[in-house]
Every structure is written in structure tokens, then in C-alpha cells.
Design a protein around this ligand. Structure first.
Ligand code: GDP
Length: 441
């Protein structure tokens, strides 16, 4: 995840403050110097850093912070608030037109992630009950239309294309098509170039004038740092953007773009792309992102992710089975898949407070263990999954070979599963139920 370096350096600066009882102005000055360096190294633009640090210093020295009993905590709080404000303060919503379809135009440089993230966004809207249409207006890049059709079919969202005719005509026809066929949102996937160029901007302006989009979102790659901010400025000057979608924040981008774009262009980041998969998109919440940057975690996003991925009906069924003590390896497998649906363990760990980079490395090891467990369960017959005690040695050998693991791995899983069964038996025993009723646990 982006921001790792920044998080580490900021937390070092705060750690030094925490070690002291009372803070002097000199302590604060030293901390501000470290915060300034940390932000510059994260590729936040110079002017933004300067303004940010002066705001934080003013609040830190000017108020009662130094007098308070917990000055270090107060400074963290101020930095948190100012980071949130820097990224726009409030969440920015997508404008939905009162006269459907809502037209969302996606613009950006080639490779920024327009096609992928336009589809992700359409998928997100579909989950919220909208009926989106994807329109292929990039007629230059070979295979762009095909790529849009592939992602559209993965998400089961219709794709409108007219081959390689004028993008302005395609955009217009797509909106008409949406009106006729009951699509209430149209996402226009436009062409990009390697660099900002005049001809491209004119084409985009023509599309804008022809269909008057409700949203013009710039898709920008967080990995390109300062260049992302420059691109945002150029696109905004030409098109008057309504917002930004920052992609590839899952990578090792230093994160400066996320912190500078709003301040430099005045345009809000509305969404972030967090991976190549089509469900790896998030609404951008400045306050949650600030917490993540400060290593304070993002528990709210984690809860939302869990709610999205966990199937309530399945959870209730599982509860019933547990109560009846009928927990099998099939249930165990279901649980594993649900956890996996939440994203990689390192993504999840990144949202937890106080989890550092070292812990994240460990998480990827666990992920392969998860994969092995899954492979073992899948190599069993349904009857074996229901009642693993029927497995004899030769079957265990076959299963190990099928899953690409050793027999000891199969045995280990069976042992863990047995222990789990014992535990659930105890939890559902009449004695435990009685205790639970009395509120003992
Ligand atoms: P376009 O030229 O702007 O349409 O860009 P594409 O949608 O074709 O994306 C370019 C590349 O970036 C593809 O390989 C995508 O899979 C990848 N990509 C897009 N969004 C993300 C993201 O959020 N994270 C990561 N890691 N890769 C992404």
C-alpha cells in the first residue's frame, strides 16, 4: 500500500515527542522539520508542504497544546485534522442527474487506468442499484474496445461501441442508447495519450460540449507522483474537471499525489483504485485516508468491506450448523472464501491500527497457507469434507498429491479442524449455553 514510507517517518517524529514529558517550542520545531522532510520525501509538492507545516506549527505552538498534559497526542490530532483538510475534508459524492442518464466522462493519460477504473466505478454503481452502460470512445488505442468489452462482460454490464468512428458521435449515440434502453448511467471511456497534448484536449472538449457530462473525472496514476499533479492541472484547465479518481494506490506509490491534488487543483479526489481486480475500488474518504497515513488504521473501511463480502444468509446457516454441532470442512472452506473475498490479508492488515510494514510481510506468507488449505479441502470428495474421519492413509496421500502439498499438511489441517470442532462442541454445550444466558461471557 502507498504511504508506507510516510507513515513510518511521521510515526518516528511522533515517537520522539511522546518520549518527553513537556514539550518546548524547540521540540515542536524539530518535529515540524521531520514532518516537512517526510512529506517532501513522499513527493508532496513543495508549496503544499510549506503551507501545511506552517498551519500545523501555528496551531501547535499558538494554542494550549504545549501546556496540555498530553502535548504529543494533541500534535498528532492536529496533524490528523490538517491532513484531512488538505485532502478535501468532506467526502465528495458523485453527482447524479435528476434527468437520467447521468453521464460520467473518464479522462486521463494512457495507462492511467481509465478503462479498468471506469468499469470498476460502473460496477460499484451497479452494486448500488444503478443500471450503468459503458461506452467505448477510445478509438485509437488498439484493442481498447475489446478491453472494455472484456471488463464489461466480467461485471455483466453492457458495452456500447460503434467501432472507430468519431468519438463525439459515439458519445452522443451512447447517451441516446442509454435513454432508449433504460440505462441510468453512462460511463464514457475516452482516449488517452502518453503526454498531455493539444489535439487530445480538443477532442475531449468536443465530447464535453456534445453530451454535457454530469461528471468529468480525471483518472490519474498515483505512481507518477508530481507528474500526476501536473497532469491534473492541465486537464482541469482544459476541461474544468468535477473530480479525480486516483489509481494504483495499492502499489508502492509514495502517496504525494493524493496529498497535493486537491490543494493544487481545488478538485476533490472522489474514488481510489486499489488493485487490478474489478472490485478493488473505494470511495475516497479524506478522514479515513488521514488515519491510514498516520498508522491509526481505517477500521470503518474494514467493517464496510466485511459487510460487503460476508453473506448474511450463509452466516446465519453457519450459526445454525454450529448450534447443531454439524460444522464440516465444507463450512470451513466457505469461511475461508469469505475471508478471501475481503481482499488480500495485507490489504486488510493495512487497515488495522498500528500494523507496521513488517507485519504486512508476514501476512503474505499466511496467504499462501490459506491457498494450501483451500487446495486440500477442494481435493477431497464431498463425503470426506462432511466427515474427514473416513480418510485413510492412501486417500490422504492422493489428496496431498492433488493439492500439491505433503501428507503432513493434510494431517495438520485435519488436526486443526478437529480442535475447532471440539471448541464449537464446548461452546454449544448445555453448560456453556446456561453460562451465556447468565451473561458470564
Ligand atoms: P487506460 O490506458 O487509462 O485505459 O488504462 P488501463 O485501464 O488499460 O490500465 C492500465 C494498467 O493499469 C492495466 O494493466 C491495469 O490492470 C492497471 N491498473 C488499473 N488500475 C489499477 C489499480 O488500481 N492498481 C493496480 N495495481 N493496477 C491498476
Amino acid at each position: 500500500m502507498a504511504f508506507e514510507g510516510l507513515t513510518e517517518k511521521l510515526s518516528n517524529a511522533f515517537k520522539k515527542l511522546r518520549g518527553k514529558g513537556r514539550l518546548t517550542e524547540a521540540d515542536v520545531k524539530e518535529a515540524m522539520r521531520e514532518i516537512r522532510m517526510a512529506l517532501l520525501e513522499a513527493d508532496v509538492s513543495y508549496k503544499v508542504v510549506k503551507d501545511f507545516v506552517s498551519k500545523v506549527s501555528e496551531r501547535a505552538v499558538g494554542s494550549d497544546v504545549l501546556e496540555s498534559l498530553t502535548p504529543a497526542q494533541m500534535i498528532v490530532k492536529i496533524v490528523n485534522e490538517e491532513l484531512t483538510a488538505l485532502m478535501g475534508g468532506e467526502d465528495a459524492k458523485l453527482t447524479i442527474s435528476s434527468k437520467p442518464p447521468t453521464v460520467v466522462m473518464l479522462v486521463g493519460l494512457q495507462g492511467a487506468g481509465k478503462t479498468t477504473n471506469g468499469a470498476k466505478l460502473a460496477g460499484l454503481m451497479k452494486k448500488q442499484g444503478k443500471r450503468p452502460l459503458l461506452a467505448a470512445c477510445d478509438i485509437y488505442r488498439p484493442a481498447a474496445i475489446e478491453q472494455l468489452e472484456v471488463v464489461g462482460s466480467q461485471l455483466d454490464i453492457p458495452v456500447f461501441q460503434m467501432g472507430q468512428i468519431s468519438p463525439v458521435d459515439i458519445a452522443r449515440a451512447a447517451v441516446e442508447h442509454a435513454q432508449k434502453h433504460g440505462s441510468d448511467m453512462v460511463f464514457l471511456d475516452t482516449a488517452g495519450r502518453l503526454h498531455v497534448d493539444e489535439e487530445l484536449m480538443m477532442e475531449l472538449q468536443d465530447i464535453k460540449n456534445a453530451v454535457e457530462p454530469d461528471e468529468i473525472l480525471l483518472v490519474v496514476d498515483a505512481m507518477i507522483g508530481q507528474d500526476a499533479v501536473n497532469a491534473a492541472k492541465a486537464f482541469d484547465d482544459a476541461l474544468d474537471l468535477t473530480g479525480v479518481m486516483l489509481t494504483k494506490l495499492d502499489g508502492d506509490a509514495r502517496g504525494g499525489a493524493a496529498l497535493s491534488i486537491r490543494a493544487v487543483t481545488g478538485k476533490p479526489i472522489k474514488f481510489v483504485g486499489m488493485g487490478e481486480k474489478l472490485d478493488q475500488v473505494e470511495v475516497f474518504h479524506p478522514d479515513r485516508m488521514a488515519s491510514r497515513i498516520l498508522g491509526m488504521g481505517d477500521v470503518l473501511s474494514l467493517i464496510e468491506k466485511a459487510q460487503e463480502s460476508f453473506d448474511l444468509k450463509k452466516a446465519q446457516e453457519l450459526e445454525q450448523r454450529l448450534r447443531k454441532n454439524k460444522f464440516t470442512l465444507t463450512d470451513f472452506y466457505d469461511q475461508l472464501t469469505q475471508v478471501k473475498n475481503m481482499g488480500s490479508l495485507s490489504d486488510i492488515a493495512g487497515m488495522l491500527p498500528g500494523v507496521d510494514a513488517k507485519a504486512l510481510e508476514g501476512a503474505s506468507v499466511d496467504e499462501s497457507a490459506l491457498g494450501r488449505t483451500e487446495a486440500i479441502i477442494l481435493s477431497m470428495t464431498p463425503a470426506e469434507r462432511e466427515e474427514p474421519s473416513i480418510l485413510n492413509n492412501s486417500r490422504k496421500k492422493r489428496i496431498a498429491a492433488g493439492a500439491g502439498v505433503q501428507v503432513v499438511d493434510v494431517n495438520r489441517l485435519l488436526k486443526q479442524f478437529d480442535a475447532m470442532r471440539q471448541m464449537t462442541k464446548q461452546m454449544t454445550s448445555p453448560r456453556m449455553k446456561k453460562l451465556a444466558k447468565k451473561g458470564r461471557f
